[in-house]
Design a protein. Structure first.
Length: 119
């Protein structure tokens, strides 16, 4: 049996975006010593709005839009990855993911409570 609601679909997309952000940050961190590597990121809020519109329209999620991170200090080797910045991004993405899990758990608990209400 599968319990699906619009809210659970929205939270699932939220979790997918948080996971994408964690992966993206990890890629930036992994390339901190790669000459010429330029940090990339995503606008989480804009991607979330696109994802919510997709849920409402019952469409599959599209690819996230990546953007080069600007206003970062570039080292002489052409790399602009900052471990401090990426660590902060990772912490924010992990917090988003944990929040999404808590919301999904609460949504499923509400559904289970409704199923078992007449016992």
């Amino acid at each position: 049996m599968q319990i699906e609601t619009m809210l659970s679909d929205q939270i699932t997309r939220y979790l997918d975006l948080a996971t994408d952000e964690i992966k993206l940050t990890g890629e930036n961190m992994a390339n901190i010593d790669t000459p010429g590597y330029r940090a990339v990121g995503m606008d989480f809020e804009a991607e979330m709005q696109r994802a919510m519109y997709g849920v409402e329209e019952d469409r599959e999620p599209g690819k996230i839009r990546l953007r080069p991170e600007g206003n970062l200090i570039t080292r002489p080797d052409g790399n602009n990855v900052s471990m401090d910045r990426e660590s902060l991004n990772m912490a924010e993405a992990q917090l988003r993911f944990k929040t999404g899990l808590a919301l999904l758990k609460e949504d499923y608990q509400t559904e289970m409570d409704a199923i078992h209400a007449d016992k």
